[in-house]
Design a protein around this ligand. Structure first.
Ligand code: HEM
Length: 354
């Protein structure tokens, strides 16, 4: 009798244990809350773009189309580029999140970025509804991705009357890898970035905000450098500004590293002495003939408060007044916060037709 029940129970389970069921069960466990490609390593070419929705435009269908397009572009470029390292990440700003009626409550730390005013320099806050971070081994991949995105947000029109744009591009910056990963200031940029599994830990939301697991706080700033003033500074002085040696990229020892160096003010810890990190993928950009040369700063973080604390220390200083000397040579011209939702949120909003 007992064995008959066991046999019937086993037969009842058989369809559930089929390969299909196991696959779905497995995929639910591993892919739910998977992040966009926020932890990718820096690539050779990048396009950063910020978009603002037009007042009264029908934005929801365009957003749904973009969610589907993003999945398509990412899948396509894994095949089409030799090492599959061409990716596209989308971030959504606070106002846009509300206008698009995306889930509530919002990601805990997604708020409009407020300016941080220091004794001499200010981290300005500038508008932005959608942000795209396109990385490619070749500029061709970035170019094709931004073309496809622009076709959705601002399709070419034969006349102004036929313009069906739902958003305007506020900024499009083409960044490039400069020699061995150096910023235009000549110092390697990114050395202390988390590597391996640490990237996921520091860049991606986990149990601290269960509804948004797999998402990431994406913060960007466009900096313009005063290259004349910087070039007039002897190398030893430049090293004191950054807190590292220029050629070797080795960090200055404590006691030698000035308290107002970039490294001293951005290398931070929590109250228990644990390192607080963000994942940066800054890129140089420039148009020397126009005198516009800079660094596009981009950081992904599991909590925006870490990035904010770094900004506070850079602009206000620690103690207040001891601000980051890098700012005497680099002016923040923009500053916006976005949230890069997990892939499953994007999938939820993907237009079925695309
Ligand atoms: C003009 C813009 C900037 C430039 C050119 C720049 C450049 C650099 C360079 C050359 C380094 C040393 C190597 C490295 O570890 O990456 C560095 C370190 C770092 N930067 Fe920046 N940076 C800029 C803005 C920012 C901003 C706005 C933040 C934060 C909000 C930031 C956060 C960091 C952090 C966390 C480190 C590592 C510190 C350490 O642990 O030693 N940077 N940056």
């Amino acid at each position: 009798m007992v064995s008959g029940v066991v046999v019937r129970f086993r037969y009842a389970l058989r369809p559930l244990m089929s390969a299909n069921f196991l696959y779905i069960w497995h995929m639910k466990r591993v892919t739910v809350h998977e992040s966009q490609s926020v932890t990718d390593y820096p690539n050779n070419n990048t396009i950063f773009t910020v978009w603002k929705f037009r007042e009264g435009a029908e934005i929801k269908p365009a957003f749904e189309q973009l969610c589907a397009l993003l999945a398509n572009l990412n899948h396509s470029f894994i095949i089409r580029t030799l090492n599959g390292r061409s990716t596209c990440v989308m971030g959504v700003g606070y106002d846009a999140w509300t206008k698009l009626a995306l889930p509530t409550p919002l990601p805990r730390e997604l708020k409009p970025f407020e300016p941080i005013v220091g004794p001499k320099h200010t981290a300005v806050a500038t508008p932005g509804d959608l942000f795209f971070h396109l990385r490619g081994t070749d500029m061709a991949a970035c170019f094709d991705m931004i073309t496809a995105i622009s076709d959705v947000l601002s399709p070419a029109a034969p006349s102004p009357a036929a313009d069906s744009s739902v958003a305007d591009c506020l900024e499009e910056i083409h960044g490039f890898r400069y020699w061995d990963g150096r910023s235009i200031l000549g110092f390697v940029d990114g050395t202390e970035n988390p590597v391996g599994n640490e990237r996921q830990f520091y860049a991606v939301v986990s149990d601290e905000d269960p509804m948004y697991r797999g998402g990431s706080y994406l913060f960007v700033q466009k900096y313009l450098h005063d290259m004349r003033a910087w070039s007039n500074l002897p190398t030893e002085e430049q090293e004191k500004v950054i807190g590292r040696y220029k050629m070797s990229d080795i960090e200055m020892p404590d006691g030698v590293k000035p308290a107002n160096s970039h490294s001293a003010l951005t290398g931070i810890e929590d109250e228990n002495g644990g390192e607080l990190k963000i994942v940066r993928d800054n890129m140089p950009f420039g148009n020397p003939a126009k005198g516009e040369v800079g660094t596009y700063f981009i950081a992904y973080a599991s909590t925006f408060s870490t990035t904010h604390k770094m900004l506070q220390r850079m602009f206000v200083g620690d103690p207040p007044g001891n601000y980051d000397r890098i700012l005497d040579f680099s002016k923040a011209c923009t500053g916006s916060l976005f949230f890069a939702p997990s892939l499953d949120i994007l999938k939820q909003y993907s237009a079925a037709t695309t």
